[in-house]
Design a protein around this ligand. Structure first.
Ligand code: NAD
Length: 446
């Protein structure tokens, strides 16, 4: 196949649609291996930033972007007509839930439409966005097969011979020091055997190991299984946290002890609720699709119910902590530490901290936040915030009735003593103070 030859001799131009947390590092990885990359995004603000060699994501280095912009290996654009010059196109657009907690497929559909508009013979298209089984062959395939060859307006494109279509789920773990885009094995499923071979040839260039599966549906399902596994296990330890707290048992101590078993146990840790673009969302893509088959995904629903109740639990614990000093949440000044959904990153999508702020507001508390990586909270689809991160000084800390540790940034661990010394009361949702060796009867675990 011509596409495989082009990939193997590195003359293939690769188009990445969606230059976010997934698409940007992937594009840079291909550029690093010598491919010419055209990155496409509808967000006009990102194009000049990236083309001037700057980064808008904390853990993606400017140095890396600048290097490939300067060598003309990487360019960003919002001109989708340039898709025709790409030999392989990888789609990395968002897959959120809508207000009814159903899959919002508009980003994939819009990308599909634009690719279909510019589709030409010999191109390989791979979808990477996390989604329900059936997306690639039910949504993208019909769009592409309806596309017409420009040389013969009557001839429709045929998958596996005129163009190639595959699904390969992203497994990015932002800021993980042990794994990055190139070192995480990648599952690949093609619509046909030729499609699979073309997609494997592509990822073999940059990924340590490709893992072929028999279909795009199997590849789509694999990603969901990975995220459902995390969601269910996190829900389990969150439930255990509540039970053990009533029994005056420290769940973190118990998990550490159980982790010494060298087989059959993998530790998961409780927290203030699920966050990020994947784990709180992707499982419900399967729930939605399963309804078509009259099947109820009870484990997924139960995990969702427990995990979404966690911010309420934290607020309840905060109320109890204030009670010990004869105060109520109403009228108290609360400082939330950490806005991002996990430590040491600047991504606050679905962050439980945002929910906590809202719940504290609802209780009549005055709420501020601090996050070294998130200087300001903006309006999102769900929340209407316009708040700036406050400085973490001793004077500021002393003004709050309660400090709630929501994200366990290393920065807070390093400052744990300082925070504990200067705070009146602390609710710790991540066991950070204990791990930092700071013990005090004004620290409450939640
Ligand atoms: N962030 C992660 O760690 C992670 C991990 C695994 C899987 N995923 C999955 O990967 C997909 C992308 O996630 P992300 O975190 O990179 O999202 P993101 O929001 O960071 O980036 C998506 C980008 O796509 C752009 N975009 C939206 N519609 C577009 C269109 N029609 N054409 C071109 N660009 C468009 C947006 O402007 C944005 O820049 C999602 O399905 C997500 O579930 C993400």
């Amino acid at each position: 196949m011509e596409i495989i030859k082009k990939i193997e001799n590195k003359t293939a131009t690769i188009g990445i649609i969606g230059l976010g947390y997934v698409g940007l590092p992937l594009g840079l990885e291909f550029a690093h291996k010598g491919f010419d990359i055209t990155g496409f995004d509808i967000d006009e603000r990102k194009i000049p930033i990236l083309n001037s060699g700057k980064s808008y994501i904390k853990h993606i280095s400017e140095e890396r972007i600048k290097k490939f912009v300067d060598s003309k290996k990487f360019k960003a654009t919002s001109d989708f007509s340039r898709l025709t010059s790409c030999d392989a196109i990888i789609i990395c657009v968002p897959t959120p839930l809508n207000e009814h907690r159903e899959p919002d497929m508009t980003y994939i559909e819009n990308s599909g439409k634009i690719v279909a508009q510019y589709l030409r013979k010999g191109q390989l298209v791979v979808l990477e966005s996390s989604t329900y089984p059936g997306t690639t062959d039910e949504i993208l395939l019909p769009m592409f097969e309806a596309a017409q060859s420009s040389s013969n307006t009557k001839a429709k494109f045929k998958v596996g011979t005129d163009f190639y279509l595959a699904f390969s789920p992203e497994r990015e773990d932002p800021n993980n020091p042990n794994f990055s885009t190139g070192t995480i094995p990648k599952v690949v499923g093609g619509v046909t055997k030729n499609c699979q071979q073309a997609a494997i040839a592509l990822y073999d260039q940059v990924i340590v190991k490709t893992v072929p599966v028999s279909s795009t549906r199997a590849a789509e399902a694999t990603k969901l299984v990975e995220n459902i596994y995390r969601s269910v296990n996190i829900a389990l330890v969150n439930e255990l946290k509540v039970v053990f707290d009533k029994m005056n048992i420290d769940v973190w101590e118990v998990i550490e002890a159980a982790s010494t078993k060298p087989f059959g146990f993998h530790p998961f840790y409780p927290g203030p609720g699920l966050g990020g673009h994947c784990i709180p969302i992707d499982p419900f893509y399967l729930t939605w699709k399963a309804r078509e088959f009259e099947v109820h995904t009870r484990f997924i629903e139960l995990a969702g119910e427990i995990n979404t109740s966690m911010p309420y639990y934290v607020v309840e614990k905060a109320g109890a902590a204030l009670n010990t000093v004869k105060k109520s949440l109403k009228g108290s000044k609360v400082l939330i530490l950490g806005a991002s959904y996990k430590k040491d990153i600047d991504d606050m999508r679905e962050s439980p901290s945002l929910r906590l702020i809202e719940l504290f507001y609802d209780k009549g508390a005055k709420v501020d936040y601090n996050d070294p990586y998130v200087p300001q909270l903006f309006k999102t689809r769900k929340y209407n915030y316009d708040i700036k991160s406050v400085e973490l000084t001793s004077g500021k800390l002393k003004k709050y009735d309660l400090v709630v540790l929501s994200t366990d940034h290393t920065y807070y661990k390093e400052k744990a003593n300082f925070i504990a010394r200067n705070s009146k009361l602390i609710v710790d949702t991540r066991n950070l103070f204990d791990k930092a060796g700071v013990k005090s009867n004004k620290i409450f675990k939640a």
